[in-house]
Each structure stands twice: as structure tokens, then as C-alpha cells.
Write a protein that binds this ligand. Sequence first.
Ligand code: APR
Length: 225
Amino acid sequence: MKIAVLTGAGISAESGLKTFRDSNGLWEGHDVMEVASPEGFEKNPALVLDFYNQRRQQLLEVTPNAAHLALAQLETHHEVVIITQNVDDLHERAGSTRIIHLHGELLKVRSTFDENLVMDWKKDLNLGDYCEHNHQLRPHIVWFGEAVPMIEVAADLVAAADCILIIGTSMQVYPAAGLIQYASANTPAYFVDPNPSLSSSDQLTVLAEKATTGVPKVISQLLKH
Ligand code: APR
């Protein structure tokens, strides 16, 4: 089966990475537009770079959890694509091989002069870190108000899927949240989230529980097919 997996911050919560909108979430301590928008970067680049430096440092200290690992296992029997809103590399480290990062990647940076000039970057990024054209480097993250280049590819993959998994997302940020609309009417879907924003229907099975318990349950079902 072709399986499209839509993941959000909730799948990485039990690895120790904060989500955005849960209590004590990332957006509680920050003004989103100050630290995750082109205007914010223009106004106070050092603040933005520090916000991502802190998240990058923390990412290097955490590890994938049972949900990430179960998804990687799914590839042994099915054609799986992970379409994630997350900028962490936990799906990669868990062993998944087809991953689309709709909102960019924390361990990459790019030139402010040429957006196609992207490079791996695991250390702090500071003012004065320039690309080969002598322009400031920025996090390779899709900020609020910026285009989501991979959304069409993701929509086609959801439309072509025989089964959809949605894990750990509040479904509040578009266009990512709208992807589920591309699934054909009779495509079965599973939603794993302790506070699910969707309710069960004929096609949708909701597991109102944490990713590390709910995802392995769904995967063991799908590995029986
Ligand atoms: N297991 C599964 N889901 C969880 C867990 C857990 N242990 N803990 C929390 N969740 C769920 C919450 O119930 C919520 O539905 O994860 C979801 C987190 O929602 P958000 O914090 O809004 O994260 P996300 O949906 O990924 O945000 C989407 O918004 O701020 C932007 O670009 C940012 O990619 C992000 C996008």
C-alpha cells in the first residue's frame, strides 16, 4: 500500500521537543512574528538567529521516540512517504527514507542572496556567517508569510495514497492543515493525538492517545495487511 503520513510537533513531544500550541509551548514564550517571520528577521536578526540556535542545540541532544521508529518499520512492507511540518531530523534518524519537510529543516541554512544555496549546518548560526556570495546565512525554515514550496508535491502524494496517517498536529496552520482534503473520499485514515482536533468517521479512526503508544498500535495493524 501507498501510505502518506502527516506529522506535526506532537510526534516529537515525547522526544523532549516542545510543541507550539500546547501549554508551555514554543509560542507561549515568543511572539511568533518576532522570531518566525521575514519581518522579524529584518527587524532583529540576532533575536531570530538565537531562537533557532537554541532549538538546534536542543535537537542535537534528543533522540527519535517509538513513534518515529515504528513509522520507519512501516517501510519494510509498504510504500511510505512522511510529510512533516516538523523541522527536526528525528524521522531521518529513526530510519525513514522518504521525507518531505513542508516547513524546512533546522539543521540546514541558506543564503539570503540565493534561496537555492542551501547547506547542512549543525552549529550556531550568527550574524556575520556569510554564504559564498558574502550574504548573511539564514535558517532554512519556512517562516510565517513565506511560500511552502513542497505543498503541491505533498497534495499529489496524499491524493495517491491508499491510507493516511495523521500524527501529532493541531491542524491549525495552512496550507499543511488542508492536505487531508486531497485524500479521496474512501481512503482510510488514522489520527493519533491526545487532544484530537478531528472526530472519528467512517473513514477516520481517531486514537486519542500519545504518539508512542498510538502509532505502534496503528503500525502493527498495517503490517498485517
Ligand atoms: N503525542 C501525539 N500528539 C501530541 C503529543 C504526544 N505526546 N503531545 C501533544 N500532541 C499534539 C497536540 O495535542 C497538538 O494537537 O500535538 C499537536 C501539536 O500542535 P502544534 O503545537 O500546533 O504543532 P503543529 O500542529 O505541528 O504546528 C504546525 O505551526 O507554528 C507552526 O510551523 C509551525 O510546523 C508548525 C505548525
